[in-house]
Structure formats: structure tokens, C-alpha cells
Design a protein around this ligand. Structure first.
Ligand SMILES: Cc1cc2nc3c(=O)[nH]c(=O)nc-3n(C[C@H](O)[C@H](O)[C@H](O)COP(=O)(O)O)c2cc1C
Length: 364
């Protein structure tokens, strides 16, 4: 076994609540299973000052930087390692800034001289007795793998694949949600494969084609899936964008409001209106329209008042089109509203954000 000591470099500012962290921690499990000692470095928790470009580490104090910060200890860890695993989010086609600083600050590990290696000029390593190999794990928001091209080209240059120092990469697009606690169950299968990849690297210094193919099958997108992904991702972002609900326009209604004594669905919506919490979003002016197979209802929210009506409002803020039975099951918590939406069992027009505010707006 040539890989005895590995360093995992976690490069997300989201620290342990990040997709790249989950990839790295599972890869580490596989490496450890293969008998590798693993050191873990969370770049954003370290004090690492930017390189000054003074070349003091090459001239006055060879191998030592003018900065006395956490990089002193980190360089000695890297110097002993056989493998470095960068596990990072893609930021503007590249690595996050602090990871770039981390890369720059490894200059003391090289000597200033220029040599030719694999047909290209490079600097020799100061510690001649050691070879450092690399593996890259990365996640990105966009679904296409081509977004990683520039970053991977940089790492390949750094670890010169002709010299077998670049051991490979696992790149997962469309992975923003991999950071969410609620999404972890959905990634379980992938994490098992990442563990397997780490184990294979510890044994063979490469990930098998079978493991890579299975990872690819789980994480790649067809052109049709990309279009669907864009839609869902846009709705996802819409739910987080804060909006001013006090500016909505409301036309006064002459109709009679629904009452609980009306019975049936009318009673349900009258009941919902009575549960309205005016303190949730003070001054809100919004109309939530419900369209079932045969009947339509709407809730008119005007400041501290919410009133329910039968029929259709011409310009609702949010329109929910659903089979009535399904909607009632969602409300009763018998069916996951999110899953039913993803399955296309009901549709939404207008402000998705308002849908997600409904459990705050209506207290029971
Ligand atoms: C400053 C910034 C730049 C980003 N640039 C890109 C990019 O160029 N391409 C991309 O697909 N995603 C980009 N993203 C999205 C992240 O790669 C994505 O959210 C990723 O899943 C975050 O990983 P993490 O959970 O490990 O932090 C960017 C995110 C931020 C905050």
C-alpha cells in the first residue's frame, strides 16, 4: 500500500452543513476502512493569510513563510501525506477564495528552480523523498458536468496526470440541496458509493469503473431532466426570497363571506379564515385561490382580516389547483405536500412563497 497518510481538505464556508463536506466525510470513511490515516482540515476554520508574493519562503528562509499562522502546521501535515483530497464547492468555475489562498500558501513546499517534467516547466518539490497524489470531490449548483472543466484543468496541471499523481475526481452537479439536513436520506445511496470510492483509492489508487458508473447513473441529468431541474430549482429559490406582501391590490367584494354553519367545504374555508394570524405578516394583502374539480374558493387577506368566499377571484396572489380530496389529505398531514407537488398531483400558479407561509398564516 503506497497511501498511508491522507489529508482531506474541506473547502465549503458552510462547514459541516455542506454537500462537499458530506462527500468528503464519506470518502474518509472508505479511506480509513482501507487502513489509511486521515487528517481533516476545514479551510474556513483556519487562520490562513494570503500569500504576499515576497518569495521569502524560497530565498531568505527556504521552506518557511513570513506569515506565522495555521498554515505552518498544515504544511507539515501535507509534507507527510501521500494523498490530498480536495472536497470543495465550485465557485465561479473555480475553487472558493480561501481554498485558492490555501493552494497559494503551499509555495514553501516547492523550490524556486525551474525543471522540465512531462514536457512542461515546473518547480521541484523541496521534500524529494515524498510524492503527493490528489483526488478531487466537488459539488456545484448547475447540473451540467462541464461547469467543472476549468477547476479540474487547474488541479490536473498541479498534479500532472502523466506522472500518475492525479488519481481522479467525482463531480456532482445540481447538488445545492445536498447541504440540507432534510435531503440527507435521498443521498444515502450516493454516500455508500463515495465510501466505496475512498476504499478503492486506498487499495488501488483509483476508483473502479463500476463504482464511477453507478455514481454517474445516480447523479447525471438527461437534457429533459435538466429542464425539470431548472423549474424546480427556480421554485426552490422563490420560496426563500423575501417579499413585501403589504403592497398587494385588493378589490372589495360584494359577495357574502362563508360561514362555518354553511357546512362542507365552505365550512372548512370559513374555519381556515377564522384561524388567520394577523401578526404573522402584518399588513398583508393577498388572495389565495383554491380550485377543486367542481368548486372554487378563495381567502381574501386584508391586513388584520381574513375572509373566505366561494368562487374565483380574477387576480389571486396564489392559485392552488388540486383534487379536493388530495388537498384535504395534505392539510390533514396524511400526504406530503412537497412530494405530491413534485409528482405533479397538484399545481400552483403565482406566488409559491405564499404557499410555504400558509402554516404561519393559519395557526391550526
Ligand atoms: C460565490 C458562489 C459562486 C458559485 N459559483 C458557481 C458556479 O460557477 N457554478 C455552479 O454550478 N455553482 C456555483 N455555485 C453554487 C455552489 O457550487 C453550490 O451551491 C454547491 O452545492 C455548494 O456546495 P456546498 O454545500 O459544499 O457549500 C456558487 C455558489 C456561490 C456561493
Amino acid at each position: 500500500m503506497t497511501i498511508k497518510n491522507a489529508v482531506i481538505v474541506y473547502g465549503s464556508p458552510r462547514l459541516k452543513k455542506s454537500g462537499s463536506f458530506h462527500l468528503g466525510e464519506n470518502f474518509a470513511i472508505g479511506l480509513k476502512k482501507g487502513g489509511v490515516n486521515v487528517e481533516e482540515i476545514m479551510v474556513h476554520k483556519k487562520n490562513i493569510k494570503p500569500c504576499l508574493g515576497c518569495f521569502t519562503c524560497w530565498t531568505k528562509t527556504p521552506g518557511k513563510c513570513v506569515h506565522h499562522d495555521d498554515m505552518e502546521e498544515i504544511l507539515s501535515i501535507i509534507d507527510k501525506a501521500d494523498l490530498i483530497v480536495y472536497t470543495i464547492p465550485l465557485y465561479i468555475y473555480s475553487v472558493p477564495g480561501p481554498v485558492k489562498t490555501f493552494l497559494d500558501r503551499q509555495l514553501p513546499l516547492a523550490e524556486p528552480y525551474l525543471i522540465e517534467k512531462d514536457g512542461i516547466t515546473t518547480h521541484p518539490r523541496r521534500n524529494k523523498g515524498k510524492i503527493l497524489k490528489a483526488f478531487i470531490l466537488s459539488v456545484a449548483g448547475f447540473p451540467e458536468k462541464s461547469h467543472f472543466d476549468a477547476m479540474i484543468a487547474m488541479y490536473k496541471k498541479l498534479f500532472k496526470p502523466n506522472n500518475e499523481r492525479y488519481l481522479g475526481e467525482i463531480l456532482i452537479g445540481g447538488a445545492n440541496q445536498m447541504a440540507d439536513d432534510a435531503s440527507q436520506v435521498a443521498y444515502k445511496k450516493l454516500y455508500v458509493l463515495i465510501q466505496q470510492a475512498g476504499f478503492e483509492v486506498s487499495k488501488d489508487e483509483r476508483v473502479s469503473t463500476s463504482t464511477l458508473t453507478q455514481i454517474e447513473e445516480l447523479t447525471s441529468f438527461t437534457p429533459e431532466q435538466i429542464i425539470k431541474f431548472q423549474k424546480i430549482a427556480n421554485q426552490y429559490w422563490d420560496t426563500f426570497i423575501e417579499k413585501d406582501y403589504t403592497q398587494g391590490e385588493i378589490t372589495q367584494i360584494d359577495e357574502q363571506p362563508l360561514k362555518i354553519s354553511d357546512g362542507g367545504s365552505s365550512a372548512y374555508f370559513a374555519g381556515m379564515a377564522s384561524q388567520y394570524n394577523p401578526n404573522a405578516f402584518p399588513g398583508m394583502k393577498s388572495i389565495i385561490q383554491f380550485e377543486f374539480e367542481t368548486d372554487s374558493y378563495y381567502l381574501l387577506i386584508d391586513g388584520d382580516k381574513c375572509t373566505a368566499y366561494v368562487g374565483s377571484y380574477s387576480t389571486p396572489t396564489l392559485k392552488i389547483k388540486s383534487p379536493e380530496e388530495l388537498w384535504m389529505k395534505i392539510v390533514a398531514g396524511e400526504i406530503s405536500g412537497q412530494k405530491a407537488f413534485m409528482d405533479g398531483s397538484y399545481t400552483i400558479e403565482g406566488d409559491m412563497n405564499l404557499l410555504l407561509k400558509m402554516n404561519k398564516l393559519f395557526t391550526s
